[in-house]
Write a protein that binds this ligand. Structure first.
Ligand code: TXA
Ligand code: MG
Length: 326
């Protein structure tokens, strides 16, 4: 793999292993010994650590350069693993049965005596938990034999990884092992649904749509990210998922020097989905942003994306990519 000038040699030694039984056993071993392992999920690659080990969790924040007030998602392999970690009610059981394994994260009250590190939830009395729909992710968690805290496997604020190579480029030797499971099917992160509050609250749009959740729950979701007054998910910083180049939204054409990221039938530098398919667009989003984030261009212009279905999650990430950098 080629690294441009300015990257130190020490960043060139990420170990990428195909997801064989051997690699999965090694990943489990490393996690049990407090080391960081990146692995594929159906949404994006995660940077995993033993969620019950304070020092391992601290190593995630250090490797990502992430503000420590931003809590992490705890990943489990089986429904039975949840009861010791969080307090479940009927509403939680209902959506877990319907959408797990899958791209839905639930924020629930911590169980009394929950073994999960307080650092993983950044000191909150709630915990974000999810069961990923990727056989490699669940095999790695089972091999570790404990819940695995895992944010997206990129440096904080950067575009999330949907290929093992993206992880290596972003984290280098800050991660001990990258288990390679090929490209991520969904391509945008999980939906974060807060069920610790009386009204179910959508903290982050994602792979499961708000429409699907409202239908399953039989009630409308509260949406704090559309209401600037309401409290937000601690991780919902405005500038996030940001490429190096400026990003301009709702573009009908590229200005001189700009790359055009298209959607639907149009001429573009890269097209998220010429057929106008939102699932295809979500799966391509982060990889295409990375490919256009290149010094051949002066900026990235992005065609309008409909706000329906997965479009809400795509537009959420694009608005963050376009918002002023702090
Ligand atoms: O698809 C995904 O969710 C990926 C894969 C690896 O599973 N993970 C991921 O994690 O996107 P991360 O750390 O990049 O995003 C976690 C989100 C943040 O917005 C964070 O603020 C929110 O979940 N979150 C975590 N714990 C929370 C809590 N207790 N209360 C409210 N929000 C929480
Ligand atoms: Mg992230």
């Amino acid at each position: 793999m080629f690294y441009g000038a300015g990257m130190s040699l020490s960043q060139t030694h990420a170990r990428i292993e195909p997801a064989t039984d051997h690699a999965i056993a090694l990943a489990g071993d490393m996690l049990r010994h407090g080391q960081l392992v990146a692995f594929p999920t159906e949404t994006v690659y995660g940077l995993g650590a033993d969620a019950t080990d304070d020092r391992a969790v601290a190593a995630i924040y250090a490797a990502k350069g992430r503000p420590s007030f931003n809590p992490l998602i705890v990943h489990v392999a089986d429904l039975d693993d949840c009861a010791a970690l969080v307090r479940l009610d009927d509403r939680a059981r209902q959506v877990m049965t319907r959408f797990w394994p899958g791209p839905l994260t639930l924020v629930l009250p911590r169980a009394d005596n929950s073994p999960v590190s307080l650092l993983a939830s950044a000191g909150l009395d709630t915990l974000a938990i999810r069961m990923p729909d990727h056989p490699v992710a669940r095999a790695v968690i089972r091999a570790a034999g404990r819940p695995v805290a895992a944010p997206s496997a990129n440096r904080s604020g950067a575009v999330s990884p949907t290929l093992a190579e993206h992880v290596a480029e972003s984290l280098g030797d800050r991660v001990g092992l990258i288990v390679d499971g090929g490209p991520c099917r969904v391509g945008v992160e999980s939906t974060v649904l807060d069920l610790s509050t009386p009204r179910p609250t959508l903290l982050r749009p994602g792979g499961v749509t708000a429409e699907q959740l409202e239908q399953a729950l039989g009630e409308p979701l509260a949406c704090p990210h559309q209401d600037p007054q309401a409290p937000k998910s601690p991780g919902m910083l405005a500038s996030h998922y940001a490429p190096g180049l400026p990003v301009r939204l709702d573009a009908v054409s590229a200005a001189a020097g700009e790359a055009l990221l298209g959607f639907g039938a149009m001429d573009a530098t890269l097209n998220l989905s010429p057929a106008g398919d939102l699932e295809e667009a979500a799966a391509n989003l982060f990889a295409f942003l990375r490919r256009l984030d290149d010094s051949r261009f002066t900026g990235i212009a992005v065609a309008p994306i409909p706000e329906t279905g997965l479009g809400a999650a795509i537009n959420d990430r694009l608005r963050r990519a376009a918002s002023p950098r702090s």
